[in-house]
Write a protein that binds this ligand. Sequence first.
Ligand SMILES: [Zn+2]
Length: 227
Amino acid sequence: MSKKTKTDLGTCYMCDQRATTREHVPPQCLFPEKKDTPDGTDYRINLVKVPSCAIHNLSKSADDEYLMAILVMPIGNNDVAVLHAGSKVLRALVRNNGALVKKVLHKIRPVEVDGQPTLAVKIDTPRIYAELEKIGRALYFKHFGKKWVDQVFVATASAFSEDPNVNKLAPMLKELDARLFGGLPRYGENPDVFFYQVTPQEALPQAAIRMVFYGGFEAVVVKKMDV
Ligand SMILES: [Zn+2]
């Protein structure tokens, strides 16, 4: 291999810095490796990439592993989430003397969901939302070929909050998402792991992006309206 050739990647998907790398969106670690799939399915086909500066890249930080460990957990996820939890996520959890385990299983406690006993963990929600926002902005950049300069917010239609009132909203949000995005094209070549959809202009005053992970966990990134 020759020395790295300097190719101009343009500017970062999020800021005006020169891009130094092309980053996977969402982070590659969310997609099971072929060696971990019993039937040899390749879930890493044609992953989306965007140019990124060092600050706004989506990998090479503990954040993407934390995001992975949290996203595989929600109730209603598919078998790929279960497979990933039992392989890649488990390996990440036991690495570094369980540093990630301590973060993820922080304040674990029993709760009831729909009358069924289960376990809840305290989630670093701002950290997860920041990651989801970055993914939403990167997808917007990929989809429309320009940066998403607006202030945006993230709403998750999955019950994973500490606040039971927020969790009560989750089914309503899911219903709303289904109405807004139902029938729209799904983008992403590994939809069992991840796909996204974009609202047509007439549905909302501006684009909103719905992101669905493991067929269950879903989040919408949408422009903040001026008040
Ligand atoms: Zn940047």
